[in-house]
Design a protein around this ligand. Sequence first.
Ligand code: ADP
Ligand code: ASP
Ligand code: MG
Length: 406
Amino acid sequence: MGLIVQKFGGTSVGSVEKILNVVQRVKAETDSGNQVVVVVSAMGKSTDQLVGLAKEISSQPNKREMDMLLSTGEQVTIALLSMALNEQGVPAVSYTGWQAGIVTEAVHGNARVTNINTAAVQSQLSEGKVVIVAGFQGLTEEGEITTLGRGGSDTTAVALAAALKADKCDIYTDVTGVFTTDPRYVKSARKLLSVSYDEMLELANLGAGVLHPRAVEFAKNYQVKLEVRSSLEKIEGTVIEEEASMEQNLVVRGVAFEDEITKVSVLGLANSLTSLSTIFTTLAKNHLNVDIIVQSTTDAKTANLAFSIKTEDLIQTLGVLEDNKEQLNYEQLDAENKLAKVSIVGSGMISNPGVAAQMFEVLAANDIQVKMVSTSEIKVSAVVEEKDMLKAVEALHQAFRLSKGN
Ligand code: ADP
Ligand code: ASP
Ligand code: MG
């Protein structure tokens, strides 16, 4: 007998019919003698609808109340799935995040899971019940409801799998696995048989929405055996593991992309040892996340600095920089909107020099201007204009031999 954690995303539980399909998936595991914990998301697009309702009432809704609102979506699904399982003769019980012992830090909207008290879940499992847990939510030490960030049900599932020492965590979704790039936008994308934790972490952080980045972090840290697979088609998915074998010696495993990026330039910044630390400490104190940073010295006294942020953070970022202009000591600010980040990821890059060069050649050959660059051992990212994003993704996908039939 094993212990399996199954997670079903929004589209996989989007209707009564889909919930009945989930019952079959759960039953297949219980029939084989396994104990099962099921984590579910809110039905279909219901989280988006709740966000829409809040925006009709307030342009900047209170974050605590937002968590109170969004956490209701998952609670609908757990109750319905539990009823459906019991109806089919599978004993099941539904738990909200807090009932399942999921403790988070005290941050609304994007909280990290800090601890899981598994006693209640374990006791129900030992009574032979399937335990259905609401994804995406937890409780702070002070008893406040939090949510884990959009897509966070994946993290609930993997964190529970780690805490319960489950044999496996299966993420059921609307695609058949992790692809070389988003199959919704690139028709030639190919399903991968396996991806390493490190590659998946980069892909997830760089915009591949198929897994929540923190879910991959948990899987890597606790060596959780993770598989992404289809909730409808009964076929093998993609295994995420420590070492993935390189198919056909390809150096790049996948291409990820993200739009709505803005480049902020700080011009005429007084050159001192502490000027950079002051700027970025000020932004961090205001919870503003900066991605790529480029600094060029213009003369001995001043430098120009540019960094990229999510466009949704632009107004707040400019506000913080302007409010602190005197202390930060710069001449002028500038912002360039409608940018996107396109990234290639693969462990094979470590031992293959020239991958970045090839990427830039491909982009140049397609008349795509590169605005900013960042690299790590296993990825290269380029910021380009939003209008060029998909063209860049298609060209890189083709050039690095990721397309079907290669
Ligand atoms: P769920 O509701 O099941 O959590 P998501 O919408 O969060 O599903 O994630 C699945 C989606 O992720 C797919 O429909 C696909 O469009 C997108 N996606 C982005 N990048 C990739 C990729 N590399 N491989 C597979 N799917 C991807
Ligand atoms: N329901 C949440 C969302 O739509 C969490 C999730 O689906 O993972 O983001
Ligand atoms: Mg998701």
